[in-house]
Design a protein around this ligand. Structure first.
Ligand SMILES: O=C(C[C@H]1NCCC[C@H]1O)Cn1cnc2c(c1=O)CCCC2
Ligand SMILES: [Mg+2]
Length: 510
């Protein structure tokens, strides 16, 4: 194999492509552009996320369902006011065999229109509430923009939760409960920090009432990225699809239910790769690593007698079993015909968090030598302490990876109250938190004012002068900084004369 041929800091987009390919996460589906094959290493991560999330939503009373993947023109019609913006992304089936379909059907880009006619049929009484279904599936959005593995694909795997409640308050509680689970997937499994907040009116899901979001940050290019969304749909969809219950307090009166929908996709894997990867390849947080520790025999030279080699490998096997019994996801690399150095590179490329080497010298000292994938730190662990030290070290790696990413994100989300500092901050790979009026037209203006020729856009090779993209609002952070005086502090946009409503995080984004 050859490792990664470009450096992450020099050519981020090519670096990323090579990592996802050479770490065997993805294969490009070259038959049709915009589609990617998810390989076993990816499915292990996705299934770990799925188990973690599934267990917790079940505890909340969410049940699983599975709806058809096609939706009718008629159902789509009901969503027409907001779906027209998305119409170009809809994929249609128009033929079966050589016969045209009477009525073409659309491939689901999301399942509101598929599910809600049945919510209308199933949800009758307030006793049916809260009504909570989730499905794990894939959806198709025929993206016009350039696709990127995990971050933007024409088909992606996700879960989509769709719930109904009696009141706005009850719906609102669940919106935040789910958002906290999304933050947990990022922070506890992927070691990725996220900012929790609400989308502005301009950036929210148009069909909804409000959107809450977890926002990530990619240090390599300073861009923000939407990590997952939990929407309150208000009564918009229950009015479109006539989903009502009888008012428990007033006979004969009907209430349109209050709905939520929430989704998290395989995009999370791309965010994890981008944040933790380095020039040797993938770096996996131990909690989602299929192989947490790889055991590699070293120093087995030709000089060694067959008997000694046999003895050494038997000792190695005991170490393997000790680690297995300690609950470590450990594997041994006994491949013949490859040098230890070759093996080290291979497992570094695949992101294995902890390498353990065991040679005659280690045996003589009753130790195992280790190398951490995240920091490169090397050392030895007494064989007698493996059972406690290796799990501890894996937890330390998990925490250190999170802390490092959290420090980078904190250092690059700048609170700014002087407009002239905004573009320089963006060019220095920051996202900014500014006093803002939250008016959509003002956001548009800010996007224009911050678009322009920057000396180089961070993730294309030197010399390709791409105009830097303008900044978009990412979220209104739940955690608001100090210093905004209602009725006094002005919106930071110099061409806007409104007062600031809240601190709003802006940035160049995916
Ligand atoms: O999908 C949602 C809302 C909601 N869908 C369910 C999961 C959570 C959340 O994403 C918004 N949305 C985004 N993108 C598209 C559509 C769309 O409704 C419909 C047409 C194609 C593109
Ligand atoms: Mg889209």
């Amino acid at each position: 194999i050859i490792g990664i041929t470009v450096s992450k800091s020099e050519n981020f987009s090519q670096w990323y492509q090579e990592v996802v390919l050479k770490a065997e996460l993805i294969e490009y589906y070259t038959e049709i552009s915009g589609f990617f094959i998810m390989r076993p290493a990816t499915m292990y991560i996705w299934n770990t996320i799925r188990k973690w999330f599934q267990e917790r939503i079940e505890a909340m009373g969410v049940e699983e369902t599975n709806f058809p993947m096609f939706l009718s023109q008629k159902s789509l019609e009901k969503e027409k006011d907001h779906v027209e913006g998305f119409a170009p992304e809809l994929a249609w089936v128009t033929k079966a065999g050589d016969k045209d379909l009477e009525v073409p059907v659309a491939v689901r880009p999301t399942s509101e229109a598929v599910m809600y006619p049945y919510y209308s049929k199933w949800i009758r009484s307030h006793r049916d509430l809260p009504f909570r279904l989730n499905q794990w599936n894939s959806v198709v959005r025929w993206e016009a923009k350039q696709t990127t593995p995990f971050l933007r694909a024409r088909e992606f795997m996700w879960q989509e939760g769709h719930t109904a409640h009696l009141t706005e308050q009850l719906a609102g509680e669940e919106v935040l409960q789910i958002l906290e689970l999304y933050a947990g997937i990022y922070e506890q499994l992927l070691a990725v920090p996220v900012v929790r907040g609400r989308k502005t009116e301009a950036e929210k899901f148009a069909g909804g009432y409000y959107t809450t979001t977890v926002e990530g940050y990619i240090p390599s290019n300073g861009r923000g990225i939407q990590g997952a969304t939990s929407h309150c749909l208000g009564q918009n969809f229950s009015k479109m699809f006539d989903i009502t219950v009888e008012d428990p307090n007033e006979k004969g009166k009907h209430i349109h239910v209050w709905q939520n929908s929430w989704g998290l996709s395989t995009r999370v894997i791309g965010v994890m790769v981008m944040i933790h990867g380095d020039d040797k390849g993938l770096v996996l947080p131990p909690r989602i690593a299929k192989i947490q520790s790889i055991l590699i025999p070293v120093g087995l030279t030709a000089k060694m007698t067959a008997e000694d080699k046999e003895k050494h490998l038997k000792h190695l096997d005991e170490i393997f079993n000790t680690l297995k019994k300690a609950g470590v996801r450990v594997d041994v690399d006994l491949r013949d015909g490859y040098t230890p150095a070759w093996k080290f590179n291979d497992w570094e490329l695949k992101g294995v968090p902890l390498r353990l080497e065991f040679g005659p010298k280690d045996a003589a000292k009753e130790v195992v030598s280790y190398a951490r994938r995240d920091t490169g730190e090397k050392g030895t662990i007494p064989i007698a302490e493996l059972t406690t030290k290796v799990p501890e070290m894996l937890e330390t790696i998990q925490q250190d990876m999170y802390n490092k990413a959290d420090a980078a994100y904190r250092a690059h989300r700048l609170k700014i109250t002087n407009w002239d500092e905004v573009v320089p901050a963006l060019d220095a790979k920051n996202v900014v938190i500014i006093p803002h009026c939250l008016v959509p037209a003002c956001e548009e203006k800010i996007k224009e004012l911050t678009t322009g020729r920057s000396d180089e856009s961070p993730d294309t090779p030197e010399g390709q002068k791409a105009p830097s993209m303008g900044m978009k609002s990412l979220c209104i952070p739940f955690e608001q900084p100090e210093g905004l005086v209602k009725g006094e502090t002005k919106c930071l946009n110099p061409e806007c004369d409104r007062l600031a409503e809240q601190w709003c995080m802006f940035g160049r984004s995916y």
